[in-house]
Design a protein around this ligand. Structure first.
Ligand SMILES: C[S@@+](CC[C@H](N)C(=O)[O-])C[C@H]1O[C@@H](n2cnc3c(N)ncnc32)[C@H](O)[C@@H]1O
Length: 319
């Protein structure tokens, strides 16, 4: 029999998006956190991105997990209490769960509550004996673990998808240090996208079907839907490129012409070519990521990498 799911959502600050958008529109250059991409339509668009031929990160990380899940499970050890940050559609955790010896619990944290609950219930049907707890929360803010997980001694974090790359290196270091404190002596399995030829990166973030463009523009569509903004979606283009100095993909919404946008009674002008910067995706070398992990208080252990050296999965323990 399938266990009943016990969701433990934290109260989400309803107006977080509105406050962040107003602040972004008032500042120059304009910038907003990528966490606002992920309402239900945004989460569905991200799933489509994962299936695109150009989007190598998901495919490559899934291959690494499929190939090395046994080694990863051996490194993690038995009775792991798993905490995934940004669980999404939970495809990757399936591979790990199938290889782990007697995992005790799987806590799936994600900001996209509807998507999270749906996928947690699907997973529960597959792993009937496992305690699965969806926790809708923002992992960039402090959040309290449920009492059962607080009592656990062997916590293992899982942070795939190179979501660590959405933070600037100094923020990533702080985030990893906070994660290390939360794991209290356990380890972290983290997926990290690697620096590679710009044309491969460029194609991955500028797919031919325009799904990434729709995902990026969903931020404006969401603002219109949820916050009553009046963005003209045809007046902005998706704009993504590799910035080699900062080794990051930058994703922007670029204004096609001079225009005014109205939001909450204020008018904001966009000059032609002016952008709203929506996401960074930092790329690392294995060495530079290991140095960052050490700085955050982790001891890098095994690294699994594909033959092309496009993507890496790192097992980090406490120093
Ligand atoms: C790039 S997707 C990765 C999804 C999945 N882990 C994977 O590897 O395919 C990022 C995921 O993190 C979630 N997310 C983004 N920002 C978040 C935040 N601040 N707090 C919690 N979840 C967040 C999104 O809803 C999304 O599911």
């Amino acid at each position: 029999m399938t266990r009943p799911i016990r969701a433990l959502d934290l109260p989400i600050d309803e107006d977080q998006f509105g406050i962040a958008l107003a602040a972004a529109l008032r500042s120059h250059p304009r910038r907003i956190s990528p966490k606002f991409f992920y309402d239900a339509p945004g989460a569905a668009l991200f799933d489509q991105i994962c299936d695109l031929p150009e989007y190598y990160p998901t495919r490559t990380e899934l291959d690494l997990l499929a190939r090395y899940a046994g080694e990863m499970a051996a490194a993690i050890g038995p009775h792991a209490d798993l905490i995934e940050l940004g669980a999404g559609s939970m495809h990757k955790i399936r591979l790990l769960l199938s290889a782990l010896e007697d995992p005790v619990r799987y806590l799936a944290v994600d900001i996209s509550a509807e998507h999270l609950h749906y996928h947690a219930s699907l997973l529960q049907r597959e792993f009937t004996g496992l305690e699965i707890i969806p926790l809708a929360a923002d992992f960039t803010r402090r959040f309290k673990l449920p009492a059962s997980a607080r009592a656990s001694r062997s916590r293992v974090g899982f942070f795939p998808g190179s979501s660590i790359g959405n933070f600037a290196p100094e923020e990533a270091c702080q985030f990893l240090a906070a994660t290390a404190r939360m794991l209290r002596g356990g380890g972290l399995l983290v997926g990290v996208d690697l620096i590679k030829a710009p044309e491969v990166l460029h194609a991955a973030y500028n797919d031919r079907q325009g799904v990434t463009a729709a995902f990026n523009k969903n931020l404006l569509a969401r603002a219109n839907r949820d916050l009553g903004a009046n963005f003209d979606l045809d007046a902005f283009d998706h704009y993504a490129y590799f910035n080699p100095y900062d080794t990051r993909i930058e994703m922007h919404l670029i204004s096609r012409w001079q225009q005014e946008v109205c939001f909450r009674g204020e008018s904001f002008s966009f000059a032609a070519g002016e952008t709203l910067h929506t996401e960074n995706s930092y790329k690392y070398s294995i060495k530079s990521f290991q140095a960052l992990a050490r700085q955050a208080g982790f001891q890098p252990q095994q690294v699994w990498c594909d033959a092309q050296q496009w993507f890496s999965v790192h097992w980090l323990t406490m120093a």
